[in-house]
Write a protein that binds this ligand. Structure first.
Ligand SMILES: [Zn+2]
Ligand SMILES: [Zn+2]
Length: 203
C-alpha cells in the first residue's frame, strides 16, 4: 500500500496532507503526490496549491518535513499533548482547506519585500527559489510573490507552483526550511530553471 505523506511543521503545530506517494516501483523515488481522484494532480488544484503556499509561508521558518504516515517522526508529533492540527482534516481542532486560505492575502504585496525566499534542503544542499517574501518582518512571512502587482499569485503561477510540488517529492523525510539568506554551496532551482525543472513531470 502506498503511504500517505504529511507536510509537517516540526514544532508540531500543524500538518498539511500532501497525498499518497506514487512511485513506479516499491523502492523508487516519489513521482508525485496523488490526492482526490477527481483532481489527480494537486499542482493543478487552486485550493490545494494555495493551502500549500500558505503553509510554507506560515511554517517554513519553523522547519518542515514531508513525513510518511508510518514514520516514527510523524507518530511522535501526533503523540504530543498538543497534536498538530490538520489543514483539510475533519476533527474538531482541524481547519478546512477553504478556511485556511480564506482572507489570506497571497499575491497582494502592499509593503516592501523582506528578501528573496528559498525552500532549502540542507541534507541535499538543494534549494528552490520562491520569489520575494512579503510580511510584517523577515521572520513573519505572509506569502511569497514572484510577479508584480496584479500578476497571478504563486499558487496560480504554473511553472513555479508545479516546481514547489515537485520539489517536495524529492525530499521525503528531509528537514526543509524557508531561508531569506544567500547560502553558499547550494544547487539552486532558480526562476530561470523552473520550466526545465517541471518539463515532462507527471504531477
Ligand atoms: Zn509551525
Ligand atoms: Zn533533501
Amino acid at each position: 500500500v502506498a503511504p500517505h505523506v504529511f507536510l509537517a511543521c516540526l514544532r508540531g503545530e500543524a500538518a498539511l496532507p500532501l497525498g499518497i506517494a506514487m512511485r513506479d516501483r516499491h523502492d523508487g523515488p516519489i513521482l508525485y503526490y496523488y490526492g482526490n481522484p477527481d483532481q489527480p494532480y494537486h499542482s493543478r488544484s487552486n485550493v490545494e496549491s494555495a493551502a500549500l503556499w500558505h503553509f510554507i509561508a506560515e511554517h517554513g521558518q519553523h522547519s518542515i518535513a514531508p513525513l510518511y504516515d508510518f514514520s516514527r517522526e510523524w507518530n511522535d508529533l501526533n503523540r504530543a499533548l498538543d497534536e498538530p492540527y490538520i489543514v483539510g482534516g475533519d476533527s474538531d481542532v482541524d481547519i478546512s482547506l477553504e478556511d485556511y486560505v480564506a482572507d489570506w492575502p497571497e499575491g497582494q504585496p502592499d509593503h516592501k519585500s523582506q528578501g528573496t525566499g528559498y525552500l532549502t534542503c540542507a541534507q541535499d544542499r538543494e534549494r528552490l527559489w520562491l520569489g520575494p517574501a512579503y510580511g510584517e518582518s523577515p521572520d513573519r512571512i505572509l506569502f511569497f510573490h514572484a510577479g508584480g502587482p496584479g500578476d497571478p499569485p504563486n499558487s496560480g503561477n504554473p511553472p513555479l507552483n508545479r516546481a514547489l510540488w515537485r520539489f517536495l517529492t524529492r525530499h521525503p523525510m528531509h528537514v526543509l526550511a524557508v531561508s531569506l539568506d544567500e547560502e553558499a554551496g547550494y544547487t539552486t532551482i532558480g526562476r530561470e530553471d523552473l520550466d526545465e525543472f517541471v518539463a515532462g513531470w507527471t504531477g
